[in-house]
Design a protein around this ligand. Structure first.
Ligand code: SF4
Length: 371
């Protein structure tokens, strides 16, 4: 029988886990900070309320460890939204099926037009994003888009509907580098409330996506939770548990973590649980202290001020100038976004900000022809 994270998650109780995090003590935090190698109990201490007074120490340590492993570099990537068609209802998303917005899916010519703009900006790593609409943006559409642009990018990542293992194998053969699939929340009951309809309402199928990707032999998998749907300490812990399980099971694959917080969109949902800037810094540093190798990614959802600070505290990859609507760069800039971005600075301004912080923006670190 194939192994699966579902079996491991089923051995945990959400409330017990939260209680265990919330009862961590100052001593647990001090012990976690003093270790060279930290485990999941240490991670609980680092995301606990008891660690709040130690944020500065955590940030300094996180910064040091990140520079040791990644140097003074930040990987640059850019998302390109191919379609806003979606057959799911997600309470927090502008593309949700019941939202009355004009739907559009980019044609080949439109994709190439958007690509020309992004290439001129210097991007070499691209993230292709679609909603979940099997008929319009299924595997043939994604494969075609990849083939269309593969000579122009050294690294293609996708964030699309979860697929079967065979589909991933097909796309990997077509030079797919990485897949991002966020669980949104690891709390099963809360997940159901936010995904009442569509394929995405199947919690287990989504949860087991990284397992299917690992078995398909993908180079990199990105996971994460959408902070704001549930208690961020709980979702951070289960993301860490997922990471450790995946690393042990599919050890040839690389991993990245993202930290999306709920953002306004058309039809907006207020976060159930507020995650402050300090909380987000705590979560990011806790992941770095748990794992020296994992890539930590920061999108333009966050504000200029936040991103200016976090680039030196543990993150390793950054997007810039992102548009979250299909054709948003040149084809149809006015179409409706999936969510509002916060940091609207141009690629050039972000690159300069990194250099001013003593960091080198890296546009290319992967060449698929040399695999
Ligand atoms: S989050 Fe994804 S699946 Fe859900 S409505 Fe938005 S595009 Fe569709």
């Amino acid at each position: 029988m194939n192994t699966s994270f579902k079996n491991l998650l089923n051995t945990y109780d959400w409330e017990d886990t939260l209680a265990s995090i919330n009862t961590k003590t100052t001593e647990d935090v001090v012990l976690a900070l003093s270790k060279n190698k930290r485990d999941l109990e240490d991670f609980k201490a680092l995301v606990s309320p008891a660690a709040k007074p130690y944020l500065e120490q955590m940030a300094q340590l996180s910064s040091r460890i990140t520079k040791k492993r990644f140097g003074n570099t930040i990987q640059m990537y850019v998302p390109m939204y191919l379609s806003n068609e979606c057959q799911n209802i997600c309470t927090y998303c502008g593309f949700s099926m019941t939202n009355k917005i004009p739907r559009r899916t980019l044609t080949d010519a439109e994709i190439l037009k958007e690509v020309r703009f992004l290439k001129a900006k210097g991007y070499n790593h691209i993230l292709l994003v679609t909603g979940e609409a099997n008929k319009t943006v299924g595997v043939p559409y994604i494969k075609n888009a990849m083939e269309l642009i593969k000579n122009q990018f050294s690294n293609i990542t996708i964030e699309v509907q979860p697929l079967d293992q065979e589909d991933y194998e097909t796309l990997i053969e077509a030079n797919l580098y990485a897949v991002l699939v966020y669980q949104e929340t690891y709390n099963r009951a809360e997940y159901k409330k936010h995904h009442p309809k569509g394929k995405k309402s199947n919690f287990d199928y989504r949860l087991e996506t990284p397992d299917r990707l690992g078995r398909a032999g993908i180079h990199k998998i990105g996971i994460g939770a959408l902070f704001g749907l549930e208690n961020w300490r709980g979702d951070s812990f289960f993301t860490a548990l997922h990471l450790k399980y995946l690393q042990k099971t599919y050890w040839k694959t690389k991993y990245s973590i993202s930290f999306p917080r709920l953002r306004p969109h058309s039809g907006g949902l207020e976060p159930k649980v507020e995650m402050t800037d300090r909380d987000l810094v705590q979560a990011i540093c806790a992941f770095r202290l748990l794992d020296e190798d994992v890539e930590l990614s920061m999108s333009t959802r966050e504000s200029e001020t936040f991103r200016n600070h976090i680039v030196n505290l543990g993150v390793t990859s950054l997007s810039a100038e992102s548009k979250t609507n299909p054709g948003g760069y040149v084809v149809e800039p006015q179409s409706l976004e999936q969510f509002e971005i916060s940091d609207e600075r141009s690629t050039e301004v972000i690159a300069k900000m990194l250099q001013d912080n003593g960091l080198e923006p890296v546009w290319k670190d992967w060449e698929h022809n040399w695999q």
